[in-house]
Design a binder for this molecule. Structure first.
Ligand code: PAF
Length: 286
């Protein structure tokens, strides 16, 4: 595996392969790689000829009060995981190279970027869309993989690729969970041992919503109440949102008629956790 830090070296490597029609796959990450990333890398490996994993803690997607400085950066472990999984290039650009003096252009996003995560983190998705667009321009992948855990992010990236004709196939890989069900996240390391145990309540809340839908409940407010009731049982958790949404527009729905996404975000101590479940209602017999 080769480590590339310079943007020109990365673009030259990719350019050479694109000319030979080699299918490049990209897994964009901010490092602190866990089993969820491993699953993304493995899924990518099966779908491309040359695999690039980018590791870049993107300052543009962090708000001023957020955890940019303390975001985990275990680079040797990350490289070891990539090496073991047969990654061809670990692309580790510097902040100065990605955002040089005079950098000005940011990608603006549609309305769905302003709800849910976007409501709490106003510039977050513009930062994500900008860095993803830059990575696509430098690495020139034919396919890129993202995790379902960041459901809204994946929906926005699909929209970005469609609207700007970026010509990259977007694959969203299912969320990888700890044995108790907690969605894997680089931020789970911030949880104290007690909060780590409590954190799974978010997933249990989402499961309660999915269970209500399976039982045939179609009123979205009743489904939402089922989720709220479970999450509220754990006083350490503060609910940011729990909602029943259309999986494409992420608009909250009044009723569950077809596939929906249950979206949730909670705070536990100073840690913010997000998760989601895609659920389809049972077929009604006529
Ligand atoms: O999901 C992430 O880790 C980041 O938001 C991404 C897509 C790598 C952009 O910085």
């Amino acid at each position: 595996m080769k480590i590339i830090r310079s943007l020109t070296a990365m673009a030259a490597w990719s350019g050479g392969l694109v000319r030979k029609d080699v299918k490049i796959g990209l897994v964009p990450t901010m490092g602190a790689l866990h089993e969820g990333h491993r699953a993304l890398i493995r899924a990518a490996r099966l779908r491309c000829d040359a695999l690039v994993v980018s590791i870049f803690v993107n300052p543009a997607q962090f708000g001023p009060q957020e955890d940019l400085a303390k975001y985990p950066r275990p680079i040797s472990q990350d490289r070891a995981l990539c090496r073991k999984e047969g990654v061809d290039i670990c692309f580790e650009p510097t902040v100065e190279a990605m955002y040089p003096k005079g950098f000005q252009t940011m990608v603006t996003l549609p309305a769905i970027a302003h709800r849910w995560e976007g409501a709490v983190r106003p510039h977050h998705f513009s930062g994500v869309a900008t860095v993803v667009t830059k990575l696509f321009g430098i690495v020139r992948p034919r396919i890129a993989l993202f995790g379902q855990k960041d459901f809204q992010q994946s929906a926005l990236i699909r929209q970005l690729v469609k609207d700007l004709n970026l010509g990259v196939e977007i694959v969203v890989n299912p969320t990888v969970r700890e044995t108790d069900g907690l969605a894997m996240s680089s931020r789970n390391v911030y949880l104290s041992p007690d909060d780590r145990i409590r954190a799974v309540t978010l997933y249990k809340g989402l499961q309660a919503g999915a269970e209500a839908i399976r039982r045939g409940i179609t009123d979205a407010e009743t489904v939402r109440s089922a989720m709220v009731q479970v999450v509220k049982k754990e006083p350490a958790l503060t609910i940011d949102y729990l909602s029943v949404c259309d999986p494409y527009t992420l608009e909250p729905l009044p009723a569950v008629r077809s596939r929906v996404v249950l979206l949730g975000a909670v705070r536990i101590g100073s840690v913010r956790l997000i998760d989601n479940l895609l659920t389809t209602p049972p077929r009604r017999s006529s």
